[in-house]
Design a protein around this ligand. Structure first.
Ligand code: SF4
Length: 325
């Protein structure tokens, strides 16, 4: 009997996703990723998109919207005092998933600039276009188009979800729907040599900016930016800055396949007698180096300080963003 070839559980067409493991296995199963050795570059379309520069400020800060309006008000007050753009994910464990526009509308009422993520999960192609249209109507800064993590990564081998579109095709749909388009890329995920070309393909699909995933040191990120530039791509790049303040925050950031933290930074924080202060100082230092390199339009602060409330976490992020101004 002939074994059935393993096919991508996310139905990627221009794969690979950012979750390819270091041994080239799929993020969702112990099987070789069919895209791990090379990317598939989509054919050039008839429409030539030129990336548009967007007003991103200095720091884009991850935001998980709390259910309580008074808590969100307090967080937004902090973000707005810095002019910071919020990056809102569409997470597998969101209490109310599949509804980015609801989050966008809550933030629009508060005049908080935001980039809203839409994953390729759960919706049909038409429903994706409708969702993007609602985000445009809500006035978002950009729609962040990503394939999204496979549920098996978080919840075990039997967890699944319907995937309709990968990030590249989603970017094209979002551009056609009138959105400013953000995409993701994982510079440290195999095949690393082909990741710049994959990002250039996303630009041709419609991307205006790319928010990069954690990929090691500042030198690694700057080198990746130079390789993207060498492809001729001109989309804005947003550099990832991890806010590591304790062992749990380091582990939760490193738990996602394809993401790599700077070991030196993690060791410095975890070996410190004052890990939170050391982590904040390290994030400021990393952010400054990346911004001063001239390769990045802004930085993306992400991470979660355990033991803090959502408002206190926002204050930690704000203190870093303030020091980067
Ligand atoms: S690693 Fe990603 S692209 Fe590769 S098979 Fe798995 S889900 Fe598909």
């Amino acid at each position: 009997m002939t074994a059935t070839p393993f096919s991508c559980p996310k139905r990627m067409v221009y794969g690979p996703c950012g979750g390819v493991r270091p041994n080239h296995d799929c993020e969702a199963a112990p099987e070789p990723c069919p895209f791990a050795d090379s990317v598939v570059v989509p054919p050039p379309g008839e429409v030539v998109h030129r990336p548009r520069p967007l007003d991103l400020g200095t720091a884009i800060i991850d935001l998980v919207l709390p259910p309580a309006d008074d808590e969100l008000d307090a967080i937004v007050d902090i973000y707005r005092s810095l002019g910071a753009v919020a990056l809102v994910g569409e997470h597998l464990d969101d209490p109310r998933p599949h509804i980015p526009h609801v989050n966008a509308e809550r933030l629009a009422v508060l005049a908080q600039p935001a980039i809203l993520t839409v994953t390729g999960r759960w919706r049909s192609t038409d429903e994706h276009a409708d969702e993007v249209g609602r985000l445009v109507d809500a006035g978002v800064v950009a729609v962040h188009c990503v394939t999204g993590d496979h549920p098996a990564v978080r919840f075990g081998p039997h967890a699944t979800a319907p995937f309709t579109l990968d990030g590249t095709r989603l970017a094209g749909i979002a551009r056609a729907a009138g959105a400013n388009v953000s995409v993701g890329e994982s510079p440290a995920a195999p095949p690393t040599a082909d990741r710049p070309a994959r990002l250039a393909a996303k630009e041709r699909a419609g991307a205006d900016l790319a928010i990069l995933n954690h990929a090691g040191t500042t030198g690694d990120l700057i080198a990746f930016a130079d390789r993207v530039s060498a492809t001729g791509a001109t989309l804005s790049l947003v550099a990832p800055v991890p806010v590591v303040t304790d062992e749990r925050s380091a582990k939760s950031l490193a738990a996602f396949p394809g993401l790599v933290l700077d070991d030196g930074l993690v060791d410095r924080v975890l070996g410190s007698a004052t890990p939170r202060a050391t982590g904040i100082a390290a994030a400021v230092e990393m952010g400054r180096t990346l911004l001063d390199s001239g390769r990045f339009a802004a930085v993306n602060l992400s991470g979660f300080a355990h033991g803090l409330t959502a408002v206190q976490s926002a204050e930690v992020m704000a203190s870093i963003a303030g020091d980067l101004e």
